[in-house]
Design a binder for this molecule. Structure first.
Ligand code: HEC
Ligand code: HEC
Ligand code: HEC
Ligand code: HEC
Ligand code: HEC
Ligand code: HEC
Ligand code: HEC
Ligand code: HEC
Ligand code: HEC
Ligand code: HEC
Ligand code: HEC
Length: 405
């Protein structure tokens, strides 16, 4: 099924974006059949084999002197060498800024048979990838040995590279750092340009390639590191300034080093479970909303936390089991959070990592410009704290405590 999906998508891309006649030829007949890729196609790409021999017209004309000094072709001596020979009839293949090695060397026949071939475009190999990998052996090995290959790479290298010449480095059809990617991933272009909270990573020199390998990698989504967290920390192990406001972002690498009790998703190495690496319309590029300020009117929709935690933790005024933050059955989460001027979770918790207290309770809570200590003390059936907001107050799940006002 997966293969079929990929096949249809690549069909679409083949038709829409590049409109290679050869690609269209290849796929027209397969379009309606339940085709799955063979191992050869995965490693060597879409085959180019033609049912009938492809004969180069000047060869078919039978006048060998079009190209050879000798009327019967003789020992193959040419009237002139490629590429000049080929340029008699074809537009030059080396007229752009970046020229592919063998094209620059005039080695047209390293890839094309000048007479005839079983393959489309008179190619000497039965698929584009086989052709490319015959010289780029490291890429061939990469295709065999890598777990996740980017589908257009499996299909054919020429989805992105021109075999002859291009205006972009590596003979790419567009700048490989981003423009190329968004030729196909059009939704990403719209997204990164329209979100309100853009990610500075995309302003770094390698843009999309700061995080992704264009050919594939051992990691999901072709990331260049084992986990997305490693990736994030390559840049977020120092203080960074967000462009719009001049706000200085915490050094998350240092914070996690100093606060070894990491929140679940961070233990899995997955910062992207909460943040969208391509930017978002929420505070701090979060995938779902989170209140900007200390106080916020409670609304379940404003808390990304409920992607994983139960909202009843905050919604139910009385509960026996939805939260341990309760005095008897009176839900202290409800008391603090669920109101017109509710406190956001950040008043008490740190979502990245903590050290002093359990339950990801922070050591200090920031109110205005001041950091007040929480002074949390855990007991067997509850706990107490004495932040600046109030004198020490206790909660106990078994024996509810009457706190002084
Ligand atoms: C479009 C130009 C073109 C035409 C027309 C052409 N050849 Fe060639 N031929 C070449 C080129 C270029 C080579 C060199 C191939 C290489 O570099 O490997 C070649 C090589 C040869 C060779 C050397 C051995 C080989 O196959 O590599 C022979 C023999 C030959 N051609 C015979 C012929 C004959 C016979 C005809 C006419 C029926 C003919 N060619 C028509 C371009 C042409
Ligand atoms: C590295 C391999 C390679 C070399 C070297 C190469 N080509 Fe090609 N060529 C291809 C591939 C692959 C295609 C088909 C893909 C495509 O249409 O872009 C192709 C397509 C063509 C076509 C048909 C489509 C078009 O672009 O007009 C012509 C003509 C052509 N090549 C001529 C040449 C000439 C002339 C040279 C030498 C100056 C040359 N090629 C060198 C790989 C190569
Ligand atoms: C005397 C003219 C002439 C010369 C010289 C010539 N070609 Fe061609 N070639 C043609 C014609 C005509 C076609 C068919 C029309 C087209 O596709 O442009 C063609 C087609 C091609 C194709 C596309 C085949 C396909 O399946 O679509 C390739 C590739 C190609 N030539 C490569 C070369 C290379 C490489 C050389 C030099 C070694 C060369 N040609 C020299 C006339 C020539
Ligand atoms: C006949 C051998 C040969 C074939 C076939 C070949 N290449 Fe190359 N390629 C080279 C050489 C030689 C260079 C230049 C040496 C270098 O810079 O690594 C090169 C350079 C490149 C580069 C630039 C690499 C760099 O580091 O600058 C890219 C990208 C590339 N080739 C892609 C392709 C693709 C895609 C194909 C198939 C359409 C292909 N090659 C087929 C020989 C080949
Ligand atoms: C999805 C687009 C895409 C496809 C398909 C693709 N490449 Fe690339 N390739 C790139 C980009 C982007 C770069 C530039 C990478 C960089 O800047 O580090 C690149 C760079 C390269 C380079 C030079 C740097 C390196 O990685 O060695 C080679 C060689 C190369 N590609 C070969 C191939 C071959 C062979 C294939 C087919 C098996 C292929 N590419 C398919 C996008 C692609
Ligand atoms: C020729 C079209 C094409 C180009 C160019 C291209 N991609 Fe892709 N990409 C695809 C297709 C097709 C898929 C598989 C379908 C899908 O998941 O969207 C894919 C999948 C992906 C995926 C995995 C998606 C998933 O959900 O698993 C990532 C990540 C990706 N591409 C990143 C890039 C980056 C980065 C670039 C630029 C270097 C790029 N792509 C260039 C066609 C392309
Ligand atoms: C800061 C690192 C980073 C940058 C820069 C980046 N990505 Fe991603 N990308 C990721 C991560 C991490 C994921 C996996 C997201 C997840 O698991 O939710 C991903 C996922 C994807 C996917 C799969 C679909 C999705 O959204 O989950 C595509 C396609 C993709 N990226 C394309 C791009 C393109 C195109 C660019 C450049 C415009 C780009 N990425 C820039 C880190 C990055
Ligand atoms: C290539 C460097 C780089 C990588 C990799 C990177 N970032 Fe960033 N990030 C930045 C820069 C620079 C800024 C500051 C500019 C800005 O606000 O976007 C930033 C800003 C942020 C912000 C604050 C956005 C705001 O303005 O409110 C968050 C949150 C963030 N990154 C999370 C992540 C996560 C999660 C990852 C891993 C998926 C990650 N970053 C990977 C460079 C990077
Ligand atoms: C459980 C969800 C979650 C996970 C996982 C997560 N974050 Fe965050 N992150 C948040 C929330 C919520 C905020 C907003 C905090 C605030 O404004 O007080 C935030 C804020 C940030 C900020 C801005 C800090 C500042 O000084 O305001 C950065 C940078 C950041 N996260 C990076 C990361 C990185 C890197 C990872 C992975 C190591 C990560 N986050 C994992 C939820 C998460
Ligand atoms: C992607 C899923 C996910 C999201 C989103 C998420 N969490 Fe968590 N959270 C977990 C997991 C898994 C655990 C259990 C491991 C641990 O203790 O960190 C956990 C544990 C906790 C704990 C400690 C439980 C204990 O008793 O020790 C607190 C507090 C917490 N999360 C608060 C939050 C807050 C606040 C948010 C919203 C900013 C949030 N979480 C968002 C997955 C998530
Ligand atoms: C006034 C401080 C405070 C606020 C605000 C707060 N919490 Fe808590 N939270 C606690 C305390 C204290 C505990 C530890 C309860 C215990 O185990 O004794 C806790 C425990 C948790 C736990 C562990 C499981 C449980 O319920 O016992 C999760 C998950 C959690 N909180 C999520 C959240 C979320 C999500 C928000 C915001 C919507 C939030 N908290 C707001 C103080 C707070």
């Amino acid at each position: 099924m997966k293969n079929k999906k990929y096949y249809l998508i690549s069909l679409l891309i083949g038709f829409m974006l590049f409109n290679f006649s050869l690609y269209a030829q290849e796929t027209k007949d397969g379009a309606t059949s339940e085709k799955t890729l063979t191992e050869d196609e995965i490693f060597y790409g879409t085959p180019l084999r033609s049912d009938t021999k492809v004969v180069h017209p000047p060869y078919a004309w039978g006048d060998c002197t079009t190209c050879h000094t000798d009327g019967d072709g003789g020992d193959g001596e040419l009237i002139m060498d490629p590429p000049e020979l080929c340029s008699m009839c074809h537009t030059p293949k080396d007229d752009k800024k970046w020229i592919h090695g063998p094209v620059g060397a005039g080695a047209c026949t390293a890839c094309h048979n000048p007479h005839e071939s079983d393959n489309a475009k008179l190619l000497v190999a039965s698929s584009i990838n086989e052709l490319c990998n015959s010289c780029h052996q490291a890429k061939g090995e990469f295709l065999h040995n890598t777990t996740n290959i980017h589908p257009p790479v499996q299909d054919q290298c020429t989805n992105c590279h021109d075999p002859h010449t291009e205006d972009h480095e590596f003979q790419l059809k567009a700048d490989g750092k981003m423009d190329l990617c968004v030729m196909c991933h059009t939704e990403k272009e719209v997204w990164v340009n329209t979100v309100t909270d853009k990610h500075g990573a995309l302003d770094k020199p390698r843009k999309c390639l700061e995080c992704h390998d264009p050919h594939g990698s051992e990691n999901p989504k072709f990331l260049i590191t084992d986990t997305n967290m490693e990736l994030c920390l390559t840049c977020h192990s120092e203080k960074l300034v967000t462009d719009e406001t001049g706000y200085v972002l915490a050094d998350i690498g240092k914070h996690l080093d100093k606060n070894p009790d990491w929140h679940g998703p961070i233990l899995w190495g997955d910062c992207a479970s909460c943040h969208n690496p391509h930017g978002s319309n929420n505070l701090r590029m979060l995938k779902k909303a989170f209140p900007r300020d200390f106080y916020a009117k409670f609304d379940e929709k404003n808390y990304i936390c409920f992607q994983c935690h139960e909202p009843e933790k905050i919604q139910d005024e009385f509960t026996k089991d939805m939260t341990n933050f309760r005095n008897g059955e009176h839900n202290m989460h409800y008391v603090h959070v669920n109101k017109e001027k509710g406190r956001s979770c950040r008043a008490c918790h740190d979502f990245h990592g903590t050290k002093e207290y359990p339950h990801h309770l922070r050591k200090k809570t920031k109110f205005g410009k001041i950091n007040f200590p929480m002074r949390f003390i855990e007991t067997e059936d509850g706990g107490s704290c004495a932040p600046a907001c109030h004198a020490r107050r206790h909660y106990d799940r078994i024996t509810p405590i009457e706190n002084l006002k």
